[in-house]
Write a protein that binds this ligand. Structure first.
Ligand code: 5AD
Ligand code: SF4
Length: 446
């Protein structure tokens, strides 16, 4: 039998990764087998991102490369979905400038993908399924098929969308309002994964701290964590992303109590200056942020805290930026994802005057990275000699004699392959022997 193959390319965040697993699962019910080789695909799907201009340009230029594949194989079907195409102006770009794209569908059409695919395969003309969230709020559909990429780790969405409208961010426009899944559905999914040997489960949402507020019977995120922590088995529970305005001391107490929840908190700060935080509509102050960080460190001494920072937000002065550096010195993060501000069409910040010149932003960015590398090295040096529990992720990308593992606090550890073979997904205990800024070197401890 002539098997049909699907190639999926995912841009952007973990939510998109999770969505792609559902899209692949649905395509499988239509007889498609996933492939890693784009040239042998009968169906190519790009799940795009819109969070920064760079992500969009990457998705568009990669789409441009599909032209020659379509010329070679006229039967090839090409589909685009995800956050980028949820924007009207990008949908029009695809319509007008990428005639070899056969179908496009938005983020609120995910559960309809089976039907969309059937139509696209049969259609002689191009199809566009993009509806504004005001028209189609994107209801939650349970029980969709999922083709998971890994057996040992999995993403589980607990909610979709975002209500916060930070002034720089496109997500509320392209992912709609917050919609939470019922706790029992999440519980059943996580339990099933653990029973099937999954060792690392990451709960996903744009703002997990406001999970459950929209349910008929509200159910706080800390209770969800506690409920999932009760599941028997050897597994680590992760979650992302949090918003400092909604992260509570109670949630930190819960994490301290739980036995499966990893000692890692990703808490995007974005900026250290109160006036910039206000202009970003973040609705917390640097002081409130520090209180959360200080409490986490007090309650959970081995916690690793990571953050996101935007450099060069409109109106950011040298004094504002210094406050961000001071905040890094105060919080001593274990990882910082730093981004140059990227104006997003339709967001309030894109209309703000006083853009920071590129060369100023670039120089601030390198000052930030230099400081953070120094802090991370110092943090990691404190771990030398300590033993950490970690999940083996397979062979190290840089050295075939080494394996890589991720500690319960999210640290990457490389260690020499021991004589006894260790499987990907196995939990190991490692002694840290050396520290670098972005990773640790270790050895098997027992
Ligand atoms: N420009 C730069 N960075 C952004 N982020 C979100 N929107 C933008 C933007 N317009 C960053 C934030 C967020 C992370 C996922 O991406 O730091 O936390
Ligand atoms: Fe990209 Fe943000 Fe959408 Fe994720 S939620 S796919 S990062 S725009």
């Amino acid at each position: 039998m002539n098997e049909k193959r699907i190639y999926v390319n995912t841009f952007g965040c973990q939510q998109n990764e999770a969505d792609s697993e559902t899209l692949t699962g649905i395509a499988q019910t239509r007889g498609f087998i996933p492939t890693e080789k784009i040239e042998e695909a009968d169906l190519i799907l790009f799940n795009t991102c819109a969070v920064r201009e760079h992500a969009e340009l990457k998705a568009l230029s990669t789409t441009g490369q599909l032209k020659h594949l379509k010329e070679k194989n006229k039967a090839l079907k090409i589909g685009l979905c995800g956050c980028m195409v949820q924007q009207e102006h990008r949908k029009e770009d695809i319509k007008n400038k990428y005639p070899y794209v056969d179908f496009v569908f938005g983020t609120n059409q995910l559960s309809r993908f089976g039907e969309i695919l059937d139509q696209a395969l049969a259609a002689k003309k191009r199809l566009f399924f993009v509806e504004d969230y005001a028209v189609n709020p994107g209801t939650i559909c349970e029980g969709l098929p999922v083709k998971r990429k890994y057996a040992h780790r999995a993403y589980v969405s607990v909610m979709y969308g975002c209500n916060n409208f930070c002034t720089y961010c496109i997500v509320p426009y392209v992912r709609g309002r917050e919609r939470s899944r019922e706790p029992q559905c999440i519980y059943n999914e996580v339990k099933g994964l653990v029973e099937n040997g999954c060792r690392e489960i990451t709960l996903l949402g744009q703002n997990v701290n406001s999970y459950g507020k929209d349910l008929e019977t509200p159910f706080p995120f800390s209770e969800l964590l506690e409920m999932l922590d009760g599941i028997e088995g050897d597994f680590v529970l992760k979650f992302m992303t949090s918003h400092p305005k909604d992260a509570s001391f109670e949630l930190i107490d819960t994490i301290a109590k739980c036995k499966h929840v990893e000692h890692h908190f990703h808490l995007p700060m974005q900026a250290g200056s109160d006036s910039i935080l206000k202009a970003m509509n973040r609705r917390y102050t640097a002081e409130r942020y520090f209180e959360l960080v200080d409490y986490m460190k007090k309650k959970i001494p081995d916690i690793a805290i990571t953050t996101d920072i935007i450099v060069g937000f409109p109106g950011e002065t040298e004094e504002d930026f210094e406050k961000t550096l001071d905040a890094l010195r105060h919080c001593r993060f274990d990882g910082v994802f730093s981004f140059i501000y990227s104006p997003r069409k339709g967001t309030p910040a894109a209309e703000m005057d006083c853009r920071v010149p590129d060369e100023v932003t670039r120089s601030r960015m390198s000052r930030l990275l230099e400081l953070q590398m120094q802090i991370q090295t110092e943090n990691n040096e404190k771990l030398v000699g300590k033993t950490l529990r970690a999940l083996c992720e397979g062979e190290s990308k840089n050295d075939p004699d080494y394996l890589s593992a991720r500690s319960d606090s999210g640290k990457l550890i490389h260690f020499p392959k021991p004589e006894k073979e260790i499987q990907t997904g196995e939990i190991v205990t490692l002694r840290v022997t050396e520290a670098r800024a972005i990773m640790l070197i270790g050895e098997i401890a027992v």
